[in-house]
Design a protein around this ligand. Structure first.
Ligand code: BG6
Ligand code: MG
Length: 217
């Protein structure tokens, strides 16, 4: 079956906002006396804000009352949104913009599948929100990756079978979500394990060659 739809994760795939998530959590943890490092951060990729805090607390073997958790979640999001304020279309690399345009030129459907509730705000800042045929994000799902809900929403609204969708992800949780519903899972970046992704690429533009390879077979 030929691939027709390319679903991109947002943070850490389309734009480097994964760094801003990291810095915001680092600040929260510093203030609360909680341990936080790259290894725990990798586990937060693709995971909702609330579940991320739960993972940090579990890692620290600490429990907090819901009211305190809500306070920390709001604080984390405010810190994160402060960094997003400086985002402009210059934060989008040429490699990514050219690839998105080339995919459209070749007749592929392109979509965003992200757990973030800030997705549309970021896409507007980057001035690419209108490029996508569909957007699924933290505002339309009730379960975050590795649950496949975020990707199923895309295949449903675009009326495509899952086997014709290819997902590009920087998170193991996202790779697992795609594979659970038989979408092709392509990993990018250091945090995706070679063993679980169907393919690994170095740059987003490698998607073009990969699609030629898959679709001509
Ligand atoms: C994902 C990020 O894209 O979105 C996670 O990889 C983040 O790190 C999640 O927790 C939720 O984002 P937000 O913007 O709704 O806090
Ligand atoms: Mg990501």
């Amino acid at each position: 079956m030929k691939v027709k739809t390319i679903i991109f994760d947002l943070d850490g795939v389309i734009v480097h906002t994964d760094k801003f998530h990291y810095l915001a959590w680092e600040k929260i943890c510093e203030e609360e006396g909680l341990l936080f490092d790259e290894s725990i951060n990798h586990q937060l990729r693709g995971v909702s804000r609330r579940e991320s805090l739960d993972l940090i607390l579990k890692y620290n073997q600490k429990e907090l009352k819901d009211i305190k958790k809500d306070e920390l979640l709001e604080k984390k999001n405010n810190l994160y949104k402060e960094s997003l304020n400086h985002l402009t279309k210059n934060d989008l690399s040429n490699d990514i913009l050219d690839t998105l345009l080339e995919l459209k030129k070749r007749g592929y459907l392109i979509a965003i599948g992200s757990s973030s509730k800030n997705t549309k705000f970021i896409l507007e800042k980057l001035e690419i929100i209108n490029l996508f045929d569909a957007i699924s994000d933290g505002t339309n799902i009730s379960r975050s990756k590795p649950d496949p809900e975020v990707f199923l929403y895309i295949s449903n609204i675009l009326n495509q079978s899952n086997e014709t969708c290819l997902v590009v992800e920087d998170a193991n949780a996202g790779i697992e979500a795609a594979k659970r519903v038989k979408m092709i899972a392509v990993g990018i970046g250091d945090s995706v394990s070679e063993e679980i992704a169907d393919y690994k690429i170095k740059n987003i533009s490698n998607i073009i060659q990969l699609l030629e390879l898959i679709n001509n077979n």
